[in-house]
Structures are given as C-alpha cells and as structure tokens.
Design a binder for this molecule. Structure first.
Ligand code: DC
Length: 229
C-alpha cells in the first residue's frame, strides 16, 4: 500500500493499453482512476445529440458554456453524465472516439475540461489517463508514463476488445480509424499528444499487461520510498 498520495499520469495513443493498465494500477495501489478520454467522448456525444458539427468551433464553444459534465469514480469505474443521463457505456464506440478526437482539438472544449480534471487530482492519490496528463493537466505529476505500441498491434488489440464486446468490426477499418485519430491527436495545436520531457516511455508491443503493470508498480513503489511514503 502506498501511503503518499501521488499523482501518476499515463498518456499515449489509442490502443496502447493505457486504459487497461491505468485501471488495474489504480486498483492495485488503491488510487482513483481518472479516464479523461471519457470526458471528451461525453462532449462529442452531447454535440452529436444536439446536431452540432465537430467542425463548428463557435457552436462547440457555446455548448461548453452551457454544459455540465459531472463524473464520478464508482468502484474503479468512471461514470459520466450528460443531461442527467449516464452515457459512460454509449460513448465507448469507435465513432464517438473519432468525434471526441475532433472536439478535443477545440481550445474552448479543452479549457472547459481542464479545471474539473485538475480538481479530481487536487488531493493526489490518482492515476490520470489521457493524452495531455503529463504535459498540460498535471505538469508537476510525481510520475509520468507514456505508453506506446506498434500501430498494427494497437489495431489488433482494439479489434479484439470490440469483438469481445460483441461489436462486429473490420480490422483494416479499425487500423485506418486509429491512424486518423493519431494524426489528429498529435498534430493539433492545443495540447497535442506527445510524451512529457520527464516521462517514462514504455513500448508495450509484444508485452503482456501483467508485465507492463509490474514495471509501473515497481517504479511507483520506488518513487514512493524516495519521497518517504
Ligand atoms: O482515450 P480515448 O480513446 O477515450 O480518447 C478519445 C479522444 O479524446 C482522443 O482521441 C483524443 C481526446 N482526448 C484528449 O484530447 N485528451 C485527453 N486527455 C484524453 C482524450
């Protein structure tokens, strides 16, 4: 058990394994798990429901002014509400992932979500997962991880995950979708996906989840000892 309430960030592209390992790591050390992609997905969902185009920055800005996106962690699972409705499951589609990537390039959207994310980490004891956790949201985090993997393996993982959930998909379409999302997420002007200068980069290609978590846990424990937990 790690007594000190550290802030641990995990960034990386879609399919790098960051959600799986972040969730398990948080559970293992009794920390809160913050899935920030879910928040961007919720904004995309709200825009879609209101017929707002993800290309329309001004309409997205207005949407953000009037929207409240409460979220909570319930037993290690994050839940997000839009208009009082729990949309956590309905937003986990590839289509919403792509829309989320588009809305996340709009500064007004990022500005709106910044403070709630920081608030979630104000007492530490958090594993925060996303694209800009170590660079923008928690630049002073105690430990920063950046997970990456070969694009083919990322596509295969996503494919397997979707098939397991009963969603029938085409592997090459998944790969094209991931490439498009990678491009948008890394090339945008605001808070692009990139490793923080002080992050530990882990290439998860060909490495199973348990090994990655073990590696991360060792680093976290080492750090906690160093700062006197
Ligand atoms: O992690 P995810 O696949 O649920 O994220 C969906 C999209 O949201 C992702 O393609 C880019 C955006 N996102 C972001 O810009 N910043 C974050 N911290 C998390 C997600």
């Amino acid at each position: 058990m790690i007594e000190k309430r550290l802030i641990i960030t995990v960034d990386g592209p879609a399919g790098s394994g960051k959600s799986t390992v972040s969730k398990i790591l948080a559970e293992r050390i009794s920390y809160m798990y913050l899935d920030t992609g879910l928040l961007y997905r919720a904004v995309a969902y709200a825009a879609m429901q209101r017929g707002i185009s993800v290309e329309d920055d001004e309409a997205l800005r207005k949407l953000c002014e009037g929207i409240n996106i409460p979220f909570e962690t319930d037993n290690g699972n994050m839940k997000v509400l839009i208009d009082g409705e729990d949309v956590s499951d309905s937003v986990r589609t590839e289509e919403i992932g792509m829309l989320a990537s588009s809305v996340s390039a709009v500064s007004a959207v990022r500005d709106t979500l910044l403070q709630p994310q920081r608030n979630a980490g104000r007492y530490g004891g958090i594993v925060a997962e996303g694209r800009d956790m170590g660079t923008v949201v928690f630049p002073d985090a105690d430990i920063k991880f950046f997970l990456d993997a070969d694009p083919d393996e990322r596509a295969r993982r996503r494919y397997a995950q979707l098939m397991e959930n009963g969603v029938n998909v085409d592997l090459s379409a998944i790969k094209r979708g991931l490439e498009a999302r990678d491009y948008q997420d890394t090339q945008r002007e605001v808070a692009p996906l990139k490793p923080a200068g002080d992050s530990v980069i882990i290439d998860t290609t060909g490495i199973d989840v348990d090994r990655v978590i073990e590696k991360m846990t060792i680093m976290v424990e080492k750090h906690a000892r160093k700062v006197g937990s």
